[in-house]
Design a protein around this ligand. Structure first.
Ligand SMILES: [Fe+2]
Ligand SMILES: [Fe+2]
Length: 315
């Protein structure tokens, strides 16, 4: 099988960045504290369900969580549940050798905690219909997960930098919106993991910008322009994401200000010197970010107007 120039470039780049990956892996291992999902779950609230144990079936009255909090928790959990799909996608990008392979497996093991702890919390507190949840999980996982940019190393790495930060924001704000201190504590713990994951990928992208600035810049621009949340394949995702955006848990403003901008600033993309296609990509990105900012403002204005109307009707 012949190797394309693109594949050759990619392999060379990964080889060049292997030492950075190892350094980042070791930094991660020394910062990430061990934690136990079972310690975050209020088991005393639990009781048997219908079925083989003959307990009580779920009813909506079982939980006082708001619809917003429920929908957001479901999206967050189904997203975490699809881990095998992400594992495959990321293993296809990073491979299973050396520091890259070690990271992929470590990351997967850490991510698994998120699905465990959120599911245990939801089941024990009877926060959502467990049968509907299980059916949604089956459906979602059987769809699998397709990385938007295939096995492209720079694109994959750029995507996960933003995605980890996006899930951090979504978990943290879902916790706040839940109104349950136990839920908030649990999701704050999960969000902390996502932040550490983001730092690993973000630092690698920073190193890639030094080694191959123009190609890296192009990849960042393409990923930002095509960005979709990892759970986009969840059934009813559009309706759910509108509920989540209207509640301010994850919206365009947060995406622009708290996810894209901090990464781009850290990488210094608008301060660096690029040439040729890299310079073109940076200009395209600047234009896109401006449009996104305007769209975010428009969304916020409409949301404010809607809230004011609802408040006036109630008042
Ligand atoms: Fe996660
Ligand atoms: Fe993560």
């Amino acid at each position: 099988m012949s190797v394309t120039p693109e594949e050759k470039f990619q392999t060379g780049l990964m080889l060049e960045l292997e030492q950075v990956a190892e350094k980042e892996l070791n930094r991660h291992l020394s910062t990430a504290d061990e934690w136990f999902p079972h310690q975050y779950v209020p088991w005393a609230q639990g009781r048997d369900f219908d079925g083989p144990l003959g307990g009580d079936g779920w009813t909506p009255e079982d939980s006082t969580l708001s619809e917003v909090a429920r929908e957001s928790l479901i999206v967050n959990l189904l997203t975490e549940d699809n881990l095998p799909g992400y594992h495959r996608a990321i293993a296809n990008v990073f491979g299973n050798e050396g520091a890259w392979g070690t990271w992929v497996n470590r990351w997967t093991a850490e991510e698994n905690r998120h699905g465990i702890v959120i599911r245990d919390y939801l089941t024990v507190t009877r926060a959502v219909d467990p049968i509907a949840l299980e059916r949604a999980r089956m459906k979602h996982m059987q769809l699998g997960y397709e990385a938007a940019h295939g096995t492209a190393f720079l694109h994959g790495n750029a995507y996960v930098s933003f995605q980890e930060l996006a899930t951090r924001v979504a978990h943290r704000n879902t916790g706040k919106a839940s109104g349950d201190p136990v839920c908030e504590q649990m999701l704050t713990r999960v969000a902390k993991d996502e932040n550490l994951h983001m730092i690993f990928y973000r630092n690698l992208m920073g190193a890639a910008l030094e080694v191959a600035p123009n190609e890296t810049m192009r990849a960042i621009t393409e990923v930002v322009k095509a960005f979709q949340m990892p759970g986009y394949g969840i059934e009813g995702f559009l309706r759910k994401s509108v509920i989540i955006a209207n509640a301010g848990i994850y919206d365009l403003r947060l995406h622009h200000d708290d996810v894209l901008t901090p990464c781009l600033r850290k990488w210094g993309v608008f301060e660096r010197t690029f040439t040729g296609d890299g310079a073109k990509a940076r200009d395209e990105l600047a234009e896109f970010m401006e449009q996104l900012d305007a769209a975010a403002t428009k969304f916020e204005t409409r949301r404010e107007e809607r809230r004011a109307r609802v408040a006036a009707r109630k008042g």
